[in-house]
Write a protein that binds this ligand. Sequence first.
Ligand code: NAD
Length: 505
Amino acid sequence: MGLENSKTLTLAEWKSRAAELKIETGLFINGTYTDAKSGARFDSINPATGKIVASVSCGDEDDIDRAVASAKSAWKEGSWRFMDPRDRMAVLIQLAELIGENSEELALLECLDMGKPITDVLTIDLPEVIVSFRYFAECIDKISGSVTNTAADALHMILKEPLGIVGAISAWNYPMLMAVWKVAPALAAGNCVVLKPSERAPLSCLKLAELFISAGGPPGVFNVVNGMGHVAGKALALHPDVAKISFTGSTATGKLIMTYAGQSNLKRVALETGGKSPQIFMSDLEDLDKAVDYAIGGIFDNAGQVCNAGSRLLVHRDIQDAFIRKFIEKSKRAYQPGDPLNPQTTLGPLVTKAHQQDVLDKIARGVAEGAELLIGGHIPEGMEQGTYVQPALFNNADNRMSISREEVFGPVATIIPFQSEEEAIAIANDSDFGLAASVWTRDLNRAHRMVKAVEAGVLWVNCFGDGDMTQPFGGYKQSGNTRDKSIECLLGYTQSKSAWINLGS
Ligand code: NAD
């Protein structure tokens, strides 16, 4: 069933399909499913129900060794990196097709494994996964080197070559998409890949690797090893045969990945880490209703489990009361917790019980530090079987409070009022993070000034979260050191070779 047809299914139909779902749980190495060498397994828990979805093979150092060896032999054999670029393109385009054809199964896996509302998977995650493979596939024969302007007795060519084996370590908040933002450009550039998905959402990426083989990809080129971060992830980041680690996750783990690279083979390290993004609402903004709609989506989509979540709402004091009134009224309508399998549900649970507790603790700290909790912040009534948190809005917070400084990674918005443009910029930049930001104003000059002044990798003016694959995505400061999406990202999976050819006698 294709993506569009999947969108027509009812809750009853999704439930019956979930009951019949056959779930692959092995590691995917050298084109086939295999158990972890130790036989170890861990449970995938559905956060909406607390029930076990599947028992999944838990890889360790030995399994990472097996996967890297398989990638290494595929790399040496060369059928992927030396494949005619248009043929390599055809494999990835076919993979995008197969993802569409298998969207029902992939959507179910994502929904059951991490609790994401099924409609979000079908309208956000899967379309973006498909477009990512298409975009990077289409780039394959556009990667070119150059010939430089040398003296007549020499020819100097700069070639763009793949790196070798890329280790990808990904987060659980968009389990397929965060992995694909690494895997697709790495494969497009001709590398072999070993992916270690998050242990909190291990299922969907296995299916992607299987579909890569069905699309005509050679065995060993794309391997998936599930397992614990501090074991399998660490082994991958320390592995001497891995040329680059591309990581998405917390800033704390990103720092560890850098040390592992230094302790091993000085592999390249690309980090996409946390955020505390400001959405800045100037008093001269054009349309308060539209601004508030974006503000709400910017923090409550995916239950706030978004790296660039606009969790700091910097609101000009002149519009603060009107902003709050609209925010409360609209957010109550827009985000109601429910069964993620129900196509009407807009707010799913948080990914685990431990994460739910962490979010509740951070809310309690915000209250203790003196921020005014206007709505939410509790477990919604009747939803106690899952790990839900009712979307929360704090008012009159100070930028020094923990609720303004630490990433919550849950549905928690914090209003920090300001009086002037300079003050707004100072507050926005007073953060360890710099992933994204938005500015709402009708003054074009102000918009230009603020785009330049705000320290963030992604800046939105009069919107939040908009964009396409041409947009480099990544952060300033401790939000990371690289960019996903875009040609810039693709080039990060290549290296330059300077070939100087002596033409003299
Ligand atoms: P996490 O750091 O706990 O885990 C991320 C990945 O790292 C997982 O696969 C995990 O198994 C692995 N890992 C954990 N410890 C490791 C270790 N010692 N060595 C190697 N690998 C290890 O993060 P998370 O909870 O999965 O994800 C949430 C975080 O990800 C948030 O901070 C969020 O902002 C960030 N994130 C960033 C982006 C971005 O593009 N900047 C996108 C999504 C999520």
